[in-house]
Design a protein around this ligand. Structure first.
Ligand SMILES: Cc1ncc(COP(=O)(O)O)c(C=O)c1O
Length: 343
C-alpha cells in the first residue's frame, strides 16, 4: 500500500476543493485591467465589506500587499518600524529597500506584539540629516512567532501611538482570519485600527492564488497604479477571484479545526523526549517545537520517513502548520505517528 504523507510544511500547500473548482469554472470574467471583471469586482467589494474599509484590490500575493503600502506611503529614504521577526523583514527579499526605497527597522516585541514603548525608542527627532519614520507594520497572526494573535487592546495601543506620532499603520494580515477565529474578534474591529490591511486567500483559506489589499478609496486608486507598475495588472483574474470569494464564504469558520489540530499535535509532541514545546503557545494553526538534542534536519527526515512532512526552521527548531488538507482523522493519525516515533 502506498504510504500516506501528511504535509505540514505550510498552509500554502492546500489545493482547491472540488466546490471551489466549480466556483472557479463558473466564474464570469472580463479584462480586469479595464476594470471589467465582474468576479474581481465582487471579491473586492466583499473584502472591503468584511474589513470595513472603503475599497479593496485583488493582488497576486501577500508580499505585494506589503510592498504596495510601502511604495505609496513609505517615502524614499524613510524608515518603517516592524517587529524583529516580521515576514516583511525576513522573507520578502528586502523589497522594501530594493523597490520602495525604505529601510525596515526591527523592533523588539514578544510573540510578535509590539508595544508603544518599544516603538517610541525608534522614532527619531525631526532633524534634517536623520531618516524619518513614516509607517508601522504589524503582523497578525505572526508567522515566525508561532501564529500568535494580537488582542484588540494591544493593537489599539499601537494605533493610538501611530496617530499621535502621525505615522501610518499597515497590518500584514496574511492570516488575519486565523486571528479573528482564535480571538473571536471580527475582522472589521481589527481593521478599524489600521490604515491599510492585506489578507491572503491562498493560505489557510485554501484558494490557489491571491491576496486582497484594503484601505481608503484614494489609497486603493493609487495601489491599482502601483500594481500595474509592478507588472501585476491581471486580465481574466475572475477565475482566481472566484476561488477567493468561495474561500471567504466557506473557509473562515473552519479555521477553528486547523487550530484544534495544531493543539492536538502540540500535545502529542509534549510527550516526546526529542521535542520541546509549550502547547499553550499554540494559538492558531502554526506551531514550532525545539529539538534540543538533535539536528532539526535529522528529526524532519525521520518524521518524513514515517509520513509527516515538515520543515526545519532553524538548527534545532521545526515548524508545523495545519490546514484544510488535514482533517480530524489525519490529525489523529499524525498524533499517533508522533507518539510512536522514538529518535
Ligand atoms: C505573515 C506573512 N506575510 C506575508 C506573506 C507573503 O505571502 P505570499 O507568499 O503570498 O507573498 C506570508 C507568506 O507566507 C506570510 O506568512
Amino acid at each position: 500500500m502506498k504510504q500516506k504523507f501528511y504535509d505540514l510544511r505550510s498552509d500554502t500547500i492546500t489545493l482547491p476543493t472540488r466546490d471551489m473548482r466549480k466556483a472557479m469554472y463558473r466564474a464570469d470574467v472580463g479584462d480586469d485591467v479595464y476594470g471589467e471583471d465582474p468576479t474581481v469586482i465582487k471579491l473586492q467589494e466583499l473584502a472591503a465589506k468584511i474589513t470595513g474599509k472603503r475599497d479593496a484590490l485583488f493582488i497576486p500575493s501577500g508580499s505585494m500587499g506589503n510592498l504596495i503600502p510601502l511604495m505609496i506611503n513609505g517615502g524614499r529614504g524613510n524608515e518603517i518600524l516592524a517587529q524583529k521577526n516580521s515576514h516583511i523583514l525576513h522573507y520578502e527579499l528586502s523589497s522594501a529597500a530594493a523597490l520602495a526605497g525604505v529601510t525596515i527597522v526591527p523592533v523588539e516585541g514578544e510573540r510578535g506584539i509590539i508595544e508603544p514603548t518599544e516603538l517610541a525608542k525608534h522614532v527619531r527627532p525631526d532633524i534634517y540629516y536623520m531618516p524619518r519614520v513614516s509607517m508601522i507594520s504589524v503582523e497578525n497572526t505572526h508567522n515566525k512567532e508561532g501564529g500568535s494573535c494580537w488582542s484588540l487592546e494591544e493593537l489599539k495601543a499601537v494605533s493610538d501611538f501611530a496617530k499621535k506620532q502621525n505615522l501610518l499603520l499597515h497590518m500584514d494580515g496574511a492570516r488575519l482570519f486565523n486571528a479573528c477565529i482564535a480571538k473571536g474578534i471580527a475582522a472589521k474591529r481589527y481593521c478599524g485600527l489600521v490604515d491599510t490591511v492585506t489578507f491572503c486567500l491562498s493560505k489557510g483559506l485554501g484558494a490557489p492564488v491571491g491576496a486582497v489589499l484594503c484601505g481608503s478609496t484614494k489609497f486603493i486608486e493609487e495601489a491599482r497604479r502601483i500594481r500595474k507598475m509592478l507588472g501585476a495588472g491581471m486580465r481574466q483574474a475572475g477565475f482566481m477571484a472566484a476561488a477567493g470569494i468561495y474561500a471567504l464564504e466557506h473557509h473562515i469558520e473552519r479555521l477553528a479545526d486547523d487550530h484544534r489540530h495544531a493543539s492536538q499535535i502540540a500535545q502529542a509532541l509534549t510527550e516526546k523526549s526529542w521535542a520541546t514545546i509549550n502547547p499553550s503557545d499554540v494559538e492558531t494553526n502554526i506551531l514550532y517545537f525545539d529539538t534540543p538534542n538533535h539536528d532539526a534536519v535529522q528529526v524532519a527526515a525521520i518524521l518524513k520517513k514515517r509520513g509527516i512532512v515538515c520543515g526545519p526552521s532553524g538548527e534545532k527548531t521545526i515548524r508545523m502548520v495545519t490546514h484544510l488538507g488535514i482533517d480530524d482523522q489525519d490529525a489523529e493519525e499524525i498524533c499517533k505517528v508522533i507518539s510512536n516515533c522514538s529518535i
